[in-house]
Design a protein around this ligand. Structure first.
Ligand SMILES: C[S@@+](CC[C@H](N)C(=O)[O-])C[C@H]1O[C@@H](n2cnc3c(N)ncnc32)[C@H](O)[C@@H]1O
Length: 214
């Protein structure tokens, strides 16, 4: 099958537990996959934030608790992670997280209008081999795609724990248009994710990037 975008993820079931698998049966009640559904869902909230590649959802969960007035659209393709976040949503009766389960770039393509107050991408897949660098998500092509979906003054927050990817993100930012750089992010100090914790534990640095849509 031909993909519109070269996959930026490894679509894997991973080690999925039976409870995560059971939670996936409820996905349809919390899933959002179209612009029109976001419009409908955001009515009860003052802000809408997209987190791309939430992994196990630690950051999304923490933000949703701190900011009950914000709606979090949580994007992931990794089924064990989706099952884990669904379990938290259901057991804690969280009403401000919705999940989108496909390649996020297909939803972004459907949106095209400024609807997100902020967009967060924490530790996207680094694709370390040179021949796979073309699969990296954080490129100028991605900045062009996401730009129209962010409100003026909204933040695109990104981070990586891989030095080589950080250098590439710097290069791609320098090619981008319609964003300005800031060192005052709303997200740099939010809850650590699995990949961030692992990097810090192994003595590696996390490289944050924050762009404001202008
Ligand atoms: C390296 S993991 C990091 C997960 C989490 N943010 C963390 O820091 O622990 C990157 C995640 O992004 C997801 N991902 C990659 N490309 C994606 C895409 N196009 N749409 C949605 N999720 C994607 C992957 O499935 C993977 O779980």
């Amino acid at each position: 099958m031909r993909h519109k975008y070269l996959p930026s993820f490894v679509k894997r079931r991973g080690r999925i537990t039976s409870s995560q698998e059971g939670n996936l049966d409820h996905l349809a009640s919390y899933e959002i996959n179209k612009y029109s559904q976001i419009i409908q869902a955001k009515q009860d909230f003052s802000r809408v934030v997209l987190e791309i590649g939430f992994g196990n959802g630690e950051n999304t969960l923490a933000l949703s608790r701190e900011n009950p007035e914000s709606l979090y659209i949580a994007s992931e393709v990794y089924l064990a992670g989706i099952g884990a976040l669904l379990g938290e949503i259901i057991s804690n009766e969280i009403n401000n997280i919705l999940i989108t389960s496909g390649d996020i770039r297909l939803l972004i393509d459907d949106v095209k209008k400024p609807i997100f107050d902020d967009v967060i991408v924490i530790c996207p897949d680094p694709w370390p081999k040179l021949k796979h660098h073309k699969r990296r998500m954080l490129t100028n092509e991605f900045f062009k795609l996401i730009h129209p979906t962010i409100k003026d003054g909204g933040e695109l927050f990104m981070s990586t724990d891989v030095k080589d990817y950080a250098e590439s993100i710097e290069d791609q930012i320098s090619l981008s248009e319609g964003f300005s750089r800031t060192d005052k992010s709303r997200y740099e100090t939010s809850a650590l994710t699995k990949f961030q914790r692992r990097a810090l534990h192994e003595g590696r640095k996390i490289y944050p990037f924050s762009l404001i849509k202008s």
